[in-house]
Design a binder for this molecule. Structure first.
Ligand SMILES: [Zn+2]
Length: 228
């Protein structure tokens, strides 16, 4: 393989694209995915504007963390700046998914931070997900800068008038974060409709700390059945 590039990572991008469409996380060619190989620090990103069902491993673009293209037969996603900016800012992140999901995007459009109202969200996404600010156009370096600032140490950020960006230590976790983010946004909106007074039960800080501590220290171990 060329300059340390790995076929397994190219295949991961192909497979994740198909899974995203199957799970209804994104529609058509919207959204983009990337993975970082922690061994080489190379970034594998989905090609620009291609139908997920048509992407082949050779279309996956491999870049270094300064956006120099190492391999790939297609143009990289236009959101390459944002993906690489996240990898450069967060050493714990090896997978980035950007999508245009309906419910999460509604919060971005309303410029309202998304508070965690379900336990799984608190455990793997964060306490409160921020809307990146100010608005920046798609595909710009500036969008990457505001996305990284809004992300902070959380695992998701909302892009106003646009969509969501989620991250994970690996692709499996990023996909899970993506699903839980959208679910929490949907639950929040439905709960708002139910409560005539607009009441939403928010977790106490002690509850948030306990759940995050549990997720951090026991996640995927003894009690994996409970939270997988
Ligand atoms: Zn987008």
């Amino acid at each position: 393989m060329k300059n340390g590039t790995k076929g397994s990572y190219k295949q991961l991008i192909v497979d994740t694209g198909i899974e995203m469409v199957e799970k209804g996380i994104t529609v058509g060619t919207w959204g983009n995915i990337s993975a970082r190989d922690p061994e080489t620090n190379l970034v594998y990103i989905s090609p620009s504007g291609m139908d997920y069902s048509k992407i082949q491993p050779q279309h996956v673009v491999v870049m270094d963390t300064e956006l120099n293209i190492i391999d790939g037969e297609a143009e990289p996603s236009i959101e390459k700046h944002m993906h690489v900016a996240v990898f450069n800012a967060r050493k714990d992140v090896n997978a980035v998914i950007h999508t245009h999901p309906i419910y999460s995007t509604a919060f971005g459009v309303a410029e309202q931070n998304l508070v965690g109202v379900s336990e799984d969200f608190i455990q793997i996404v964060g306490d409160e997900i921020k809307v990146a600010s100010p608005y920046e156009l798609p595909g710009t370096e500036a969008l990457g800068t505001v996305a990284v600032a809004g992300l902070g140490t959380n695992n998701a950020v909302l892009l106003p008038g646009h969509g969501a960006l989620v991250v994970g230590g690996d692709m499996k976790m990023a996909l899970k974060v993506s699903m839980v983010l959208e679910k929490n946004a949907q639950i929040y909106l439905y709960a708002k409709l139910l409560g005539g007074s607009g009441h939403i039960r928010k977790f106490e800080q002690s509850e948030v700390d306990a759940m995050q501590n549990f997720a951090k220290n026991h996640y995927g171990q003894k009690n994996k059945d409970l939270y997988s």
